[in-house]
Design a protein around this ligand. Structure first.
Ligand SMILES: CC(C)(COP(=O)(O)OP(=O)(O)OC[C@H]1O[C@@H](n2cnc3c(N)ncnc32)[C@H](O)[C@@H]1OP(=O)(O)O)[C@@H](O)C(=O)NCCC(=O)NCCS
Length: 118
């Protein structure tokens, strides 16, 4: 039986447009995205300081990108951490699209539209 109390678990939270990683039931970090047609655009990743340097961001990104792969979508790595991670993992190259000015402009508008208080 798997010991879920110590295994970090990654979950997609559609309503908040992000994947979260939990350790011992506590949220330790997240990677945020917006969907642009068939592309999942990742723009921000963070791991709480208390959990830094334990490989959690790497584990989170792998799980998130595997989920994108299984859904048949493509990846756009606007987040510098995701871009750096992809540069070290060739096996995701076939599902990665470039970050274009058009995508950046769309993302900017999308994030402004959903900013709190608007
Ligand atoms: C960047 C951050 C998400 C890394 O989280 P973490 O769980 O400590 O990272 P990991 O332990 O999984 O590190 C995995 C690898 O990423 C590298 N790395 C760490 N920070 C990095 C960064 N900002 N950019 C690129 N690579 C980074 C590590 O050196 C490590 O490389 P290695 O596997 O070759 O040794 C975390 O430090 C953070 O939340 N920072 C503040 C927000 C931020 O800068 N986010 C990134 C841009 S949106």
């Amino acid at each position: 039986m798997t010991d879920t109390s110590t295994t970090p678990a990654v979950e997609r939270v559609d309503g908040r447009h992000r994947y979260e990683i939990r350790v011992d039931g506590r949220r330790a970090g997240l990677t945020a995205y917006r969907d642009h047609g068939g592309q999942r655009v990742f723009f921000h990743t963070e791991i709480d300081d208390a959990y830094a340097g334990q490989g959690l961001a790497s584990r989170l990104i792998r799980a998130a990108l595997d989920d994108v792969r299984s859904s048949g979508m493509r990846i756009v790595p606007v987040c510098p951490f995701v871009a750096a991670w992809l540069s070290k993992h060739d096996d995701y190259e076939a599902l990665t699209d470039p970050v274009t000015p058009e995508v950046l402009q769309w993302l900017d508008a999308e994030l402004r539209r959903h900013a709190p208080g608007r």
